[in-house]
Design a protein around this ligand. Structure first.
Ligand SMILES: C[S@@+](CC[C@H](N)C(=O)[O-])C[C@H]1O[C@@H](n2cnc3c(N)ncnc32)[C@H](O)[C@@H]1O
Length: 451
């Protein structure tokens, strides 16, 4: 096969690449939309597939649109922004369907994806790496260019609330004035590594975290953090996180609050949640609210006063949302900060039927003896271990509600659960991460026939 060729893009891969075929080889092309006729160039020949880049779109797909962000082509954050939103949704439903069929071996109808209520300004957590130019020492902050560690200096990002741009602008301009240098990951020198902003969709408040290559608060960081807090009326607090390791992990284990509070409040359904600097919380609260409502309605409509287990609970978001329709909720989460904030949220919302367990979910499931009417599993991208799934089956009286941000591991785990006798009742995808290939799904499984 020549290095340059003309292909018709047939479909979209689970990582957002256009898929074409030539001489029986699958070719993954970045920035290609199904339907495009394109001249492409092979960039890498792997054993069973090739990677390619677009040289020219000869006949554009009817679903191509002009990206609303000028940086779309260079920034790695919104891979699908050049595709119209309705078609993005259709493609993402296809990604879930494909995984469930090919990896899970299951023939289950995948419902139409529930769109995000907002497709711009939806992202309420940002984490920008920081760098400095070699000669002028100008500060750069933004997402990495796709597949690299090269920072795209983002002055305006339309998928985030505008206040995030303003805070980042302040950091870029003022940090050098306070004598703060930017971290250089090659030399491991320099101070400021990342700026993290958590914005509350309901209250508009912002928690800013400055991740520094230091194990204590240096005077210049202290002064800068206070100046930042004073400059923004809507800053709820500024924290400093210490990370001196040569690692891609963004935050270190210890943070200190320098000004204001070390949390923000968010409202989901009728409940108020306290979110910390290093606790998991969905980045698109409005779309997440659709998921929490969906699960709450399902439990409310299918049970009377059930006992529910919320595993991989974070700040017990599911557990607290469904607590009104439950007799009891038991939550399990390994992150200590998440558990202590969950306890504060329980007090704030006057809830007293939720038990919080700060431990490993697999370990908890293996030693637990109580049975539950429904078990919510919301694991990280890698999914659940077989042991955790076995124990979830042992502990459920009927339903498992599996919430997943990774169709591939969802499909693998559903395959395992169905082989053990569970029945997949429904799979409902949600669009939480508009303009990216990421998709969230809720699968409901029934195991009552096997008890
Ligand atoms: C995808 S998040 C879901 C959080 C929560 N359900 C929500 O929607 O906000 C996964 C959570 O699982 C937690 N986690 C990861 N591995 C765990 C384990 N082995 N045991 C308990 N919790 C774990 C993470 O700390 C994180 O809070």
């Amino acid at each position: 096969m020549d290095n340059e060729l003309t292909v018709r893009i047939e479909s979209l891969s689970n990582l957002g690449y256009g898929i074409a075929r030539a001489d029986g080889v699958v070719i993954f092309t970045e920035g290609a939309c199904p339907g495009d006729l394109a001249r492409i160039k092979i960039t890498k020949r792997n054993k069973s597939y090739y990677n390619a880049e677009i040289l020219e779109v000869l006949e554009p797909s009817s679903h191509r649109v002009k990206p609303f962000c000028a940086m779309q082509k260079v920034c790695g954050a919104c891979q699908l922004q050049f595709i119209d939103y309705d078609y993005q949704l259709e493609l993402k439903r296809g990604i879930v369907e494909d995984a469930i069929r090919k990896i899970g071996g299951l023939d289950v109808k995948i419902h139409n994806i529930i769109p995000s209520p907002q497709t711009k300004k939806y992202r309420h957590k940002i984490q920008y790496p920081v760098a400095q130019t070699k000669v002028s020492k100008r500060f750069l902050a933004g997402y990495y260019k796709s597949g690299t560690h090269e920072i795209v200096n983002i002055k305006h990002c339309p998928i985030q609330p505008e206040i995030c741009d303003e805070i980042i602008h302040f950091v870029r301009e003022k940090a050098p004035e306070f004598g703060i240098s930017a971290y250089d990951e090659k030399t491991h020198a320099g101070l400021l590594r990342h700026v993290i902003i958590r914005n509350s969709a309901a209250f508009g408040r912002n928690l800013v975290v400055l991740v520094v290559n230091s194990d204590k608060i240096l005077p210049e960081v202290q002064r800068f953090a206070i100046a930042l807090y004073d400059a923004f009326e809507d800053a709820s607090g500024v924290c400093v996180n210490f990370n001196t390791k040569r690692t891609n992990v963004i935050q270190g284990e210890v943070s200190k609050c320098v000004a204001g509070d070390d949390f923000i409040e968010e409202k989901i359904l009728d409940k108020t949640f306290i979110i910390g600097a290093n606790t998991f919380f969905q980045i698109n609260p409005k779309s997440a609210e659709n998921i929490f409502r969906y699960v709450k309605d399902y439990i409310g409509e299918n049970f009377e006063n059930p006992d529910v287990l919320d595993a991989y609970a974070g700040i017990t978001t599911f557990g607290i949302c469904v607590s009104d329709v439950c007799e009891s909720v038991v939550s399990v989460e390994e992150n200590t900060e998440s558990c202590s904030l969950a306890k504060k949220s329980l007090i704030l919302n006057n809830i007293n039927n939720v038990e919080i367990n700060n431990t490993d979910a697999g370990e908890f499931l293996s030693r637990e003896k109580r049975k539950f009417d429904a078990i919510i599993l919301d694991p990280p991208r890698k999914g659940c271990s077989k042991e955790a799934l076995d124990n979830a089956l042992r502990l459920t009286k009927s339903k498992i509600i599996y919430v997943s941000c990774n169709p591939a591991t969802l499909a693998r785990d559903l395959k395992y659960l169905t082989e053990k006798g569970a029945f997949v009742e429904s799979i409902q995808p949600f669009d939480m991460f508009c303009h990216t290939y990421h998709v969230e799904s809720v699968a409901i499984l029934d195991f009552s026939q096997n008890i």
